[in-house]
Design a protein around this ligand. Structure first.
Ligand code: UDP
Length: 234
């Protein structure tokens, strides 16, 4: 019997029918600003599930270890059960969002190197930014794990820049999460328009969740556009 073990903002997680696996159900909910803005949009779960699946396949074909086992229908994945490391890693190629606001760098300015930042995953604390010394101090991850996650995030960034470039999309920034599984660190959670900033390479048009955050139009149009372009090149 399956059991709901976690109800997230955009996904529900069930204990799997087979040992050491979980079922991840992609919901139609969109949230922003720590859940203060929410909406439900028909078809959103399926768009993100398919996008994330394509990207995960691409990454695993390029040597990245991930939690994905299989996609069982348009909104459900089976994944390896892992111990999620409660850190979000954000990689940025171009200034945008909170980075622009915090450091006064106008949105759209290319960064001189990839900026990596961490937040502690905690709804009660509002996912505070945390540095590597603080992560080690509180024991959220070991130095070796942190180094591995940084190195892997940079590799994923290069792979995703290449992939999106072929789809005529600029990868501005994105967020990753990792988990421990059988003594290894593997990539978990989704990669989609919910977790990346994606701009049309020619027009700069936003094709990601900023359309929802900033009330710029129909967010799912951008998500569908990204998926269609990826399907043509993967
Ligand atoms: N991001 C995410 N989940 C979070 C916070 C950020 O997926 O809880 C993604 C976000 O979509 C963007 C990148 O990480 O692609 C950087 O987000 P930023 O720090 O600029 O925050 P925001 O402007 O979304 O508050």
């Amino acid at each position: 019997m399956e059991k709901l073990i976690y109800e997230g903002k955009s996904k529900s997680i069930y204990s799997g029918n087979t040992p050491n696996t979980l079922r991840v159900h992609y919901k139609n909910t969109l949230t922003a600003f720590d859940g203060k803005k929410t909406a439900s949009k028909q078809g959103k779960g399926a768009l993100n599930a398919e996008t994330s699946h394509l990207i995960y396949d691409y990454l695993s074909n390029h040597g990245i270890k991930t939690h994905l086992v299989e996609k069982i229908d348009e909104v459900n994945f089976i994944v390896k059960e892992c111990q999620v490391i409660p850190i979000e890693i954000i990689a940025r190629n171009i200034a945008a969002g909170s980075f622009s606001k915090k450091y006064g760098i106008p949105e759209g300015i290319p960064l001189k190197n990839v900026s990596l930042e961490f937040s502690l995953k905690s709804d009660e604390l509002g996912d505070p930014m945390i540095n590597s010394s603080q992560i080690l101090a509180i024991g959220t991850a070991t130095e070796e794990e942190l180094k591995f996650m940084e190195k892997t995030t940079l590799k994923i960034n290069e792979l995703l820049i290449d992939l999106f470039k072929k789809a005529k999309i600029t990868l501005v920034d994105f967020k990753l999460e990792f988990g421990r599984h059988n003594g290894e660190i593997i990539l978990c959670d989704e990669i989609s328009g919910d977790s990346c900033r994606l701009w049309d390479i020619e027009t700069g048009k936003k094709l990601d969740k900023d359309v929802f955050r900033r009330d710029l139009g129909d967010v799912l149009k951008g998500y569908a556009e990204v998926l269609e372009r990826l399907k043509k090149i993967i």
